[in-house]
Design a protein around this ligand. Sequence first.
Ligand SMILES: Cc1cc2nc3c(=O)[nH]c(=O)nc-3n(C[C@H](O)[C@H](O)[C@H](O)COP(=O)(O)OP(=O)(O)OC[C@H]3O[C@@H](n4cnc5c(N)ncnc54)[C@H](O)[C@@H]3O)c2cc1C
Ligand SMILES: NC(=O)c1ccc[n+]([C@@H]2O[C@H](COP(=O)([O-])OP(=O)(O)OC[C@H]3O[C@@H](n4cnc5c(N)ncnc54)[C@H](O)[C@@H]3O)[C@@H](O)[C@H]2O)c1
Length: 470
Amino acid sequence: MSFDYDLFVIGGGSGGVRAARIAAGEYGARVGLAEESRMGGTCVIRGCVPKKLMIFAASGPGMAEEMRGYGWQGAATGTFSWEAFRQKLDAELVRLETIYTAGLEKAGVTIHKSRARLADHHTVELADGTRLTARHILIAVGGRPAKPGIPGEELGLISDDLFLMEELPRRALLVGGGFVACEFATILNGLGVGTVQVYRGDAVLRGFDREARDMATLQLSACGIDLRLRVNPTRLDRTATGIAVDFDDGSRDEFDAVFFATGRTPYTQGLGLENTGLRLTSSGAIEVDEWSQSPVPSIFAVGDVTDRVNLTPVAIREGHSFADTVFGAKPRKVRHDPVASAVYLRPHELGTIGLTEEEAAARGSVDVYAATFRPMQSMFAGSDAKVLMKLLVDPNDDRVLGCHIFGPSAGEMIQLAAIPITMGCTKADFDAAMAVHPTIAEELVTMRSPARRHRPDREAGEMEAGQAAE
Ligand SMILES: Cc1cc2nc3c(=O)[nH]c(=O)nc-3n(C[C@H](O)[C@H](O)[C@H](O)COP(=O)(O)OP(=O)(O)OC[C@H]3O[C@@H](n4cnc5c(N)ncnc54)[C@H](O)[C@@H]3O)c2cc1C
Ligand SMILES: NC(=O)c1ccc[n+]([C@@H]2O[C@H](COP(=O)([O-])OP(=O)(O)OC[C@H]3O[C@@H](n4cnc5c(N)ncnc54)[C@H](O)[C@@H]3O)[C@@H](O)[C@H]2O)c1
């Protein structure tokens, strides 16, 4: 049977673009790619890139404050112009989009600026009804923000909207305690928007190391965000002056804008799954094996639509490995553990890799090397902001199980720590490295004795003894 393409990719985001470029450019495959919106996908157009630029913009007031502490009397940021920033941001995104498109074209990929859906195991249908066949189909359609399902939620915005606002709200509500909610609260607060964040739990960033979560939770409040914990919105109503929100603690408040950052779901809606034998997992993701292959042998899926680890470098690696495996005769699986990540808060970020202290203690014995201190730079300026450096070590083989950093540029630090930790290094390997002084990161190689030790058998025994005494 002959096909129009060797590979058809649905979705021009992180995973799809990489897979298409490698399959066509390096392995000479005939590749078509459909993108219904802007090339680059979530990360480039409405995620990592614009978000991080906004984090930089939002750092202004904190930097000015710190400089006043260094004797720069009257140091101030001036007035923030959203319009000026937006113009520069838009131009930057156009530049990146152009680069992504040019990279695909140079590799010989045929771009279809259209929505696509699956018609059968080897056929996709474009929005104008054109049908194209391919030996292999790669689904790389990403995810979409999910709203919580409360009355009036259509009045609320999603993360995509922040990047398109004509003007900044005076007062905004962020709903959620995950990556997006915490980063967006940091941005809005830093840009001078009165920011309220509500989260249903007792500390933001569930799933991260508890000690680091507590520090992030404290910092959000300390930097001026009105963080309300154990609170959930129950309904939204439009008023003459804004959006009124009722909360489950009985309170009511009014905002100019409400952002839902309540998670994302795989974007499989209208994808024609009913025309294939594809299965969805309980979270609505396309089920794939370790080769990103679905139960239908001709169809593969990568990135957020598979809901494995929803980060850009992971989607890229999955797309690349798929192309190497299927078109390059270089079988390559993606290792999804450990994966480093960072939450870009201000002044301190959270960088993390591997097990949390709670996970490590549940798994077995663990020695916790942890240091909490005020770093030289901000302390001199009069700030109380604290840093956390933490290494979790298996006492049986000295292997480093996890690393958690809460501090300035923690994202940069964790990227470097991720190299030895991914290699399976030991605490002795860290100790063997000479410190770079004076830095914050030197703490990683100078922590001599554990701050605490978890021994599950002993803890269980102690608990039993405690219970017997009661
Ligand atoms: C606000 C925000 C900030 C983030 N920040 C970070 C960060 O700092 N670091 C990090 O690592 N990750 C971050 N992420 C996550 C990261 O953006 C995603 O993990 C990554 O973009 C996933 O890539 P993907 O290829 O799976 O999907 P996407 O990048 O979402 O690409 C999917 C593409 O498919 C297109 N599409 C969908 N359906 C169809 C269809 N039927 N036909 C044609 N085209 C279609 C979409 O328009 C989109 O362009 C962030 C996410 C958000 C929302
Ligand atoms: N810096 C980064 O790397 C970065 C930044 C942003 C997003 N991302 C990726 O995108 C993904 C999505 O981010 P996200 O913040 O949207 O999702 P998330 O899953 O990290 O957080 C969702 C938050 O919404 C809350 N929530 C969920 N349903 C709710 C409901 N019905 N009512 C009230 N609260 C509810 C959850 O408790 C949680 O706090 C992340 O998991 C991450 O993989 C990464």
